[in-house]
Structure formats: C-alpha cells, structure tokens
Design a protein around this ligand. Structure first.
Ligand code: FAD
Length: 391
C-alpha cells in the first residue's frame, strides 16, 4: 500500500471503551456492510439482518442508559460510530440514527414503568424503530400536522391519518408517532409509542428515490389504530416539544452520517487520483486536483470538529440546539460539495456505477433535506441570533 493510501480516520475518543467500539464497528463495517453496499443499493434491498446484528452487538442503543439495555456512551462516541457506519453504507448509518431518534421520546420523556416495559427490546432486543412526524401536507411546518388522536370512552386513543416519508415505513417494529390530540398549533400535539403490527396500521409501497434505495421510505397510514393510554409518551400536548427535542439530537446524527459519507468519497478520490495517470504523470501531481483534494479534506475536518463540539456540549448537559443546527447545515452541505467534487476527480469513471462516488453524490442530497431542511436549520440559527420573526 503506498504511503498516501487513505488511512482510517485518527479519532479522538474519550475512553478506551470508545476506542474499542470504533474498532468493533470498523470490523463489522468491513466484513458485513461495505462489501454488499453497491449491489444492494442498486437492487433496493434493505439489509434488515445488519440491523439485527447491530442490535445484538449493542450498537442500536449506544447513547442510552444501561439500566434499560443501552450502551451508556456519550454522544461524542455514538456519533463517531455513526460516522463509521455511514462511511460503509448510508442506509445503515442513517437507519441507526433514525432508530435512535425513535427511541428518544420514550427514553427521555417516558415514565419508569414505560421504560422498563418497552425500552430494553428497543435498545438491544432486535427491534427497529421509525419516527413518524412528517405528513403529506406538513413537512417543514411540522406543527400543522393533522393525524388525529381521539380519546375513547375506555381511556385509550384512536389514531387516524397519514404520515409521509417515514424511514423504515413498512419494516419498523415500533413507531414513535406525533398526533393531534387537541387544538391547532404545537400545543395540540401528543406523542405515542405504537407497535409496528398494530391493527389499522399499514404502509404504502416504498417511495422511488434518487438514492438510499436500500432504505425503505414510505407513507404510513393509521386507520383508527387503538393505542392504550399507557403508550402515551409525556403529557398530553407535550408532543411537539418532545419532537423538537428529539430532532436536536437527531440532527447531530445526520451531521455525523454526512461526514462519514464525505470521508468515503474523499478516500475514493485520493485512491483514484494517485493511481490514474494522464500526460505521463499521476493526476494527483496536478495542482488543480491537489487543491481540490485539500479543500475536500479541510471541509471534512471542519465539519467533524463542529459536530463533535456540539456533541461535547450535549454530553456536558449544556444547551446545544443552535450548534446542532449549525452542524447539520455545515456537514450536509459539505457532504454534497465533497461527493460532487469526488465525481469530478474521477472524471468519466466517476459518472458510472463502476465506482461508488456517483452513488455517494445521490445519497448526499437527501441529507440536506431530512430532519429539517437546511433552510430550516438557518431559520433555527437566526432565531438564536436575532430572536423569532416579527410576524
Ligand atoms: C428519504 C427521506 C427520509 C425521511 N425520513 C423521515 C422520517 O423518518 N420521519 C419523518 O417524520 N420525516 C421524514 N422525512 C421527511 C423530511 O423530514 C421532510 O421531507 C422535510 O422536513 C421537508 O419537508 P417537505 O418535504 O414537506 O418540504 P417542504 O416543507 O414542503 O419544503 C419545500 C421547500 O421549501 C423550503 N421551505 C419551507 N418552509 C420554508 C421557510 N419558512 N423558509 C425558507 N424555506 C422554506 C424547504 O426548505 C424546501 O426547500 C424524510 C424525507 C426523505 C426525503
């Protein structure tokens, strides 16, 4: 291997346990995830068995309390694990991030009894989660959601409506669902934990997407789905605050996935540029490409530093929502830029499915859209700077 062949990222980790986790994840990624990524993405195959393996290995509950089967890991470690998974295959990294997001409402707002009953199976019992906030007519304006939660005479709830764009829609074992139990606006929303096989719950055919074809994204229909009050998470009307709290942490997951994807693209670009010759020299000799690679590497390091700074604030119990929005914005824009530049470095070959960079470029686009588009991240950041809009 030449000296300049891409090396594994030299990570700063706070503990030996964190270092061991990264080694374990790299091993799983190299053996079980990366080798099948291109073929399965092409075929639109969801690697459910990989998620079962990650669950059995303790990698589906890393940032949660070990009392309920979690891994007790700081976000600083959990996010770097996500980065490694996303570098191997975005469908897996993003899937773990969404699963973690789906566990947030119960882990942070559930009662002790609810956590004892449901959380161990979610964090390490092989179950896979979905987070159901978006709807066909309510995306960025999530507080306008219309799925109804009606209280029945026996005290249970009946959920009716359609959720849209649900990652793991149709394959999830449980869904964290935001529904309207009261009047208009954010205060009328309540969170529920709904089993994936509940009567009246069904999923449409997966969307035909530009990328991440192995990750099922589908509408989920609720047709009078009965949910006991014991599966209500938090107080009535607290659902939107719970959803936003989950998204603050989830955005850090998206940021880490974006940097993993960008790193994978840079590694491909470096390997190609040092192996390909034109004009009698490796193309990596040409300053035009050297500067491009240098910029790509610099943007990745900056993104990693920003998401880790936000994670360390979170781990210290400090406020981090402004930094999470900044990290999501910068890291996903970086992934888009770096993957596009990687295609350029590979020239015509970069535009073919013989190399993974065209897939990385298609995959990067979705990261600028999910969990709040990058316009919405700018709105969040601006509100922290100059307060809410005056209208
Ligand atoms: C592959 C995929 C997976 C997803 N997974 C999930 C999931 O698991 N769970 C879930 O709940 N949702 C999920 N989503 C939905 C995602 O969060 C939404 O697509 C996103 O929030 C944007 O909503 P929208 O698509 O309705 O766009 P819209 O809100 O209609 O926005 C359209 C455009 O208008 C812009 N815009 C809107 N409002 C403003 C404003 N005030 N100022 C400036 N610009 C604005 C947006 O930035 C965007 O460019 C997923 C989406 C995709 C594509």
């Amino acid at each position: 291997m030449p000296d300049h062949a891409p090396q594994p990222v030299d990570r700063q980790l706070p503990t030996d346990e964190g270092r061991d986790l990264i080694s374990l994840v790299r091993d799983i990624a190299q053996r079980e995830i990366a080798p099948r990524a291109a073929e399965e993405e092409d075929a639109g195959r969801f690697p459910r068995e990989v998620f079962t393996l990650l669950s059995e290995t303790g990698l589906l509950g890393l940032p949660y309390d070990s009392e309920y089967g979690g891994g007790d890991q700081p976000y600083e470690v959990y996010l770097q694990v996500l980065e490694e998974l996303a570098a191997a295959r975005l469908t897996v990294g993003l899937g773990v991030s969404v699963h973690t997001l789906a566990c947030h409402a119960l882990a942070d707002f559930g009662t002790k009894e609810q956590k004892v009953e449901h959380l161990p199976a979610m964090l390490g019992g092989g179950l896979l989660g979905a987070y159901c906030l978006s709807e066909p007519a309510s995306g960025s304006d999530a507080a306008s959601l219309r799925t109804k939660a009606v209280r029945e005479d026996d005290g249970s709830w009946s959920l009716t409506g359609t959720k849209a764009w649900i990652t793991h829609g149709g394959v999830a074992d449980f869904c964290t669902v935001l529904a309207r139990s009261g009047g208009e606006g954010p205060r009328g929303i309540t969170a529920f934990l709904v089993p994936g096989d509940a009567e009246g719950l069904s999923a449409a055919a997966p969307e035909k997407k530009m990328g991440m074809k192995g990750s099922p994204t589908a509408q989920v229909h609720f047709d009078g789905v009965r949910v006991p009050d014991g599966r209500r998470l938090g107080e009535e009307g607290q659902g939107f605050a719970i959803a936003l709290s989950a998204l603050d942490s989830g955005r850090l997951g998206i940021a880490a996935c974006a940097i993993g994807l960008a790193q994978a693209a840079l590694d491909e670009a470096v390997a190609y540029a040092t192996g390909r010759s034109q004009f009698g020299r490796p193309i990596s000799d040409f300053q035009g490409l050297r500067f491009m690679l240098a910029d790509m590497a610099t943007q990745i390091e900056a993104g990693r530093a920003l998401y880790l700074a936000a994670a360390r604030l979170r781990d210290a119990g400090r406020r981090f929502s402004r930094q999470a929005a900044m990290a999501k914005l910068l890291c996903t824009d970086t992934a888009m830029k770096v993957t596009t530049d990687a295609v350029q470095v590979l020239g015509g070959y970069g535009y073919t499915a013989d190399f993974p960079v065209e897939r990385y470029m298609r995959e990067a686009k979705v990261l600028q859209i999910v969990e709040g588009t990058n316009q919405i991240q700018r709105m969040v950041i601006a509100r922290h700077l100059v307060g809410p809009e005056s209208r």
